[in-house]
Design a protein around this ligand. Structure first.
Ligand code: ADP
Length: 206
């Protein structure tokens, strides 16, 4: 966790503790952190899950990698330092959503294990649940899908530092949930996630 740059700032404790807020709102916040290669299916599954949760009356909100890079993180590129800052910021935002009682669903490649560990630690320090969802799709499958044509560009040398081609992807060692999209449909992955959320008691708004 980074230390604030500013001095003379003091944390202001609100009147509501997290548990009390969730009880009053009949909600239960957590962060579902999707990680996986480009084209692995993070955005597709995350948005299908978000829609299904909201249809069921569960507070859920998706933070998408490319979308966030259009706004909050518009000043960041894909260098190792910028990737780290990208994940740090989104980790902080996801934590705020989870604290507010929302199921925050993030879909970022988030290729580096250390960065994901920092976001997990941030949540744990705040007593907020963090579930890592590994969208485990072989690179050959991602490359064959190539929904945005990015692998083609990376192979042609038009994109430098592309995860899985000339920048590493460090797979999670013990994710809470693993989705094998080369074998399971989007619907099956969403059903699996809903089952895990229900089992862990997160679907109380339903
Ligand atoms: P990411 O967000 O990980 O970069 P996307 O969701 O943008 O990936 O793209 C994944 C692509 O793979 C989409 O075009 C999606 O329709 C396709 N796809 C095919 N089969 C699956 C599956 N079983 N699960 C998820 N996505 C799939």
């Amino acid at each position: 966790m980074s230390e604030p740059k500013a001095e003379n700032i003091v944390w202001h404790q609100g009147e509501l503790a997290h548990a009390e807020r969730c009880r009053l709102l009949n909600a239960r916040g957590c962060t579902l952190w999707f990680t996986g290669l480009s084209g692995s299916g993070k955005s597709t599954i995350a948005s299908a899950l978000e829609a299904e949760l909201v249809r069921r009356g569960v507070f859920a909100y998706r933070l998408d990698g490319d979308n966030v890079r259009h706004g909050l993180n518009a000043n960041l590129g894909f260098s190792a330092g910028d990737r780290e800052e990208n994940i740090r910021r989104i980790g902080e935002v996801a934590k705020l959503f989870a604290d507010a009682g929302v199921i925050a669903i993030t879909s970022f490649i988030s290729p580096y294990r250390a960065d994901r560990a920092k976001v997990r630690a941030l949540h744990e320090a705040a007593g907020l649940p963090f579930l890592e969802v590994f969208v485990n799709t072989p690179i050959e499958v991602c490359e064959a899908r190539d929904p945005k044509g990015l692998y083609k560009k990376a192979r042609a040398g038009e994109i430098k530092g592309f995860t899985g081609i000339d920048d590493p992807y460090e797979a999670p060692e013990s994710p809470e949930i693993e989705l094998l999209t080369a074998e399971k449909s989007v619907e099956a992955s969403v059903a699996r996630l809903l089952g895990s959320l229900a089992d862990a008691g997160y679907l109380i708004g339903e």
